[in-house]
Design a protein around this ligand. Structure first.
Ligand code: SF4
Length: 211
C-alpha cells in the first residue's frame, strides 16, 4: 500500500511508454511544454469535461471521475465511466477519449487498464473490458482487460515509482519519436547522441545560413 504522498499520476503511464526520459522530465523534474499533439488532446478532454453527467437508458454516465488505487499508488481522472446495474451489482465501464488514432504501442491500453484497476479496487468489482474513443476515426475501440495487459501495466507502474523514488532519469537518446515530443527543446536529445556534431554545427550557423 502506498501513502497518498507517493501516488503517481495516471498520465505518467502514457509518458513512460512513449519515453521513460519524458516521464522523468515531467514527473521527477516537473517540466512541461505543450506542442500540437498535447494541445489537441487538451481540447478533446476539455470538450468531454464540459459535458454534464447523464442517464441514457440503463447507463448512468459520469464524466471526469477522480479515481485512485492505494495498492498501486495511483491517482487521476477517468474521462468517462458508464455505470450499469447488473442484478443489483453496479458495474463500471471506463471510456477514455483520444484525439488521434490508435497507437502502435500499448500506452493507451495501459492507461485504460490502470483506470480499470483503480475502479476495481474502489468498487470491489471486476472490470473485464473498457473502451477508447479515438478522434480519428471517430470510433470506439473495445479493449479487453486481460491478465497479460494487467501484468504489463503493473510493471510500468512499478518502474515509474522506482524512477520517482531514485530520481534517476534516463539519458536522452535521439529517436524518430523525438520529433513528436513536446519536451524536445528541454531534453535536447540530439546533444546526447551521435548527431552531436550536427547539433553543435547547427548552433554556430549564422542567421543567413539558417533557412
Ligand atoms: S526528446 Fe526524445 S529522448 Fe527526449 S524526452 Fe522526448 S522522446 Fe524522450
Amino acid at each position: 500500500m502506498y501513502s497518498e504522498d507517493d501516488y503517481i499520476q495516471l498520465s505518467a503511464i502514457q509518458h513512460y511508454v512513449f519515453c521513460p526520459r519524458q516521464c522523468g522530465l515531467i514527473h521527477v523534474h516537473g517540466l512541461w511544454s505543450e506542442n500540437m499533439f498535447t494541445a489537441r488532446g487538451k481540447i478533446m478532454h476539455e470538450r468531454v469535461d464540459s459535458e454534464e453527467d447523464e442517464t441514457r437508458g440503463d447507463k448512468h454516465i459520469v464524466r471526469t471521475l477522480t479515481i485512485i488505487s492505494s495498492r498501486l499508488g495511483l491517482s487521476g481522472k477517468a474521462d468517462v465511466v458508464e455505470f450499469t446495474d447488473d442484478n443489483g451489482i453496479i458495474k463500471p465501464y471506463p471510456v477514455e477519449y483520444k484525439s488521434g488514432q490508435p497507437k502502435q504501442n500499448i500506452s493507451d491500453m495501459a492507461q485504460l487498464c490502470a483506470q480499470s484497476l483503480c475502479l476495481e479496487e474502489m468498487m470491489n468489482v471486476p472490470v473485464r473490458s473498457a473502451a477508447i474513443f479515438y478522434g480519428k476515426p471517430r470510433k470506439r475501440q473495445i479493449i479487453e482487460i486481460t491478465d497479460d495487459l494487467r501484468a504489463k501495466t503493473e510493471k510500468i507502474i512499478l518502474a515509474i515509482h522506482r524512477m520517482i523514488e531514485t530520481r534517476e532519469v534516463p539519458q536522452a537518446k535521439y529517436e524518430k519519436k523525438c520529433k513528436f515530443c513536446s519536451l524536445e527543446n528541454e531534453c535536447m536529445p540530439a546533444a546526447g547522441s551521435k548527431k552531436l556534431t550536427n547539433y553543435i554545427q547547427g548552433l554556430f550557423k549564422t542567421d543567413e545560413e539558417t533557412p
